[in-house]
Design a protein around this ligand. Structure first.
Ligand SMILES: *Cc1c(COP(=O)(O)O)cnc(C)c1O
Length: 366
């Protein structure tokens, strides 16, 4: 049985008429930039995240960029983050001219280890960027305590964790701001690129609104050099259709995860650890196995979709060689990169498909 890692067509089939009507509505209105759909989505995502404000932007990466630029972080500044994440977390820090400073992960959650942050804080440190990986939030209390102590901003990279919780608080609502991605493979995926920043800081919100439109306000008067980071109203319209389904989809992901947990219990497969503080949304269900590459080859042979998020931690990437890190600097990130496999966990999976995935994984151990 073939099982894809993700099946966007299966989801689309359930909401096709609504999406088509929403897209047609935007086309009929010819409000092709900004407008009511973008504003409605900003209010809806802010509300779903227990935040006051939302700023729609062109991608998750541009959410991070807009946030960093609006906090005036740039050359000479340092931002502490994890090397075990998608490229954009550290990429956006470097892109504004600041220096990404890495801290290793907690090997159980794969999120930044707060106990290692203070050792790298210097007088140049301006922010901490925890990443809520795979749908589970980072351990925010100690991160916020450090941020208060050293007067640092906290930018939550919540691209994989929209509506996830930590001690009952929503992703994006704890730090200075939270950044979401609507890349189609995220839990709330658009019909193309999109993103959003949420915050409770009115001043930051107002800066981000201007920053996403070249730093312009009013038209042709520029306060600072911003960018074109605007969210497409076609994306906003499609996302407004999907948002009411998100909690149900997250629930289905958790049920799928629970089914895997049960079937892998007592085997060599290490299933995800979810902290009792966290309500995860399982953007990914990642197992750890010895001899990972052999298991991946077997899954591919059997037509089971899987992926490695991420095979090379960021401190070992060529583009960050100038930072001077070397192999061995972040052993837990390096080990996770060798052992991790993401299995299909999308909401429309059936038990039969999950059985095929489990059987294929276990077969690989012979
Ligand atoms: C997807 C992702 C991003 C970037 O989002 P895009 O919308 O693809 O630009 C940033 N950080 C993390 C952790 C992500 O998973």
């Amino acid at each position: 049985m073939q099982v894809p890692l993700l099946d966007l067509k299966a989801q689309y089939a359930t909401i096709k008429d609504e999406i088509m009507a929403a897209v047609a509505g935007v086309l009929e209105s010819q409000r092709c930039i900004g407008g009511p759909k973008v504003e409605e989505l900003e209010r809806a995502i802010a509300q779903a995240s227990d935040c006051e404000f939302g700023v729609g932007v062109s991608s998750g990466t541009d959410a991070l960029l807009n946030c960093l630029m609006s906090l005036d972080i740039g050359p000479g500044d340092e931002v502490v983050t994890t090397p075990f994440t998608f490229f954009a977390s550290a990429g956006s820090i470097a892109r504004v001219g600041a220096k990404p400073v890495f801290v290793d992960i907690d090997p159980r959650t794969y999120n930044i280890d707060p106990s290692q942050i203070e050792a790298v804080v210097t007088d140049k440190t301006k922010a901490i960027m925890p990443v809520h990986l795979y749908g589970q939030m980072a351990d925010m209390d100690p991160i916020m305590a450090l941020a208060r102590k050293h007067d640092l901003a906290v930018i939550e990279d919540a691209a994989q964790s929209i509506t996830s919780t930590y001690k009952g608080r929503k992703a994006g609502s704890i730090g200075t701001a939270g950044c979401f991605s609507f890349f189609p493979s995220k839990n709330l995926g658009g019909i193309g690129d999109g993103g959003m920043v949420v915050t409770n800081d009115r001043q930051l919100y107002e800066r981000m609104l201007i920053m996403r439109d070249h730093g312009q306000q009013p038209q042709y008067y520029y306060h600072f050099v911003g960018g074109n980071f605007r969210l497409d109203p076609l994306q906003a319209a499609a996302l407004l259709v999907k948002l009411p389904y998100l909690d149900g989809w997250s629930q289905a992901r958790r049920e799928n995860a629970a089914y895997y947990d049960k079937r892998f219990a007592g085997t060599e497969v290490q299933t995800p650890y979810i902290s009792p503080d966290c309500g995860t949304v399982y953007n990914q269900y990642c197992i750890r196995v010895p001899q990972r590459d052999r298991v991946v080859a077997h899954l591919r042979d059997k037509g089971i979709g899987c992926a490695i998020y991420y095979p090379v931690p960021l401190h070992l990437q060529k583009c960050f060689a100038y930072l001077g890190y070397k192999e061995g600097d972040f052993p837990e990130s390096e080990k996770a990169a060798q052992e991790i496999i993401a299995l299909p966990v999308y909401p429309e999976l059936t038990d039969e498909m999950q059985d095929a995935v489990v059987d294929a994984v276990l077969e690989a151990f012979g």
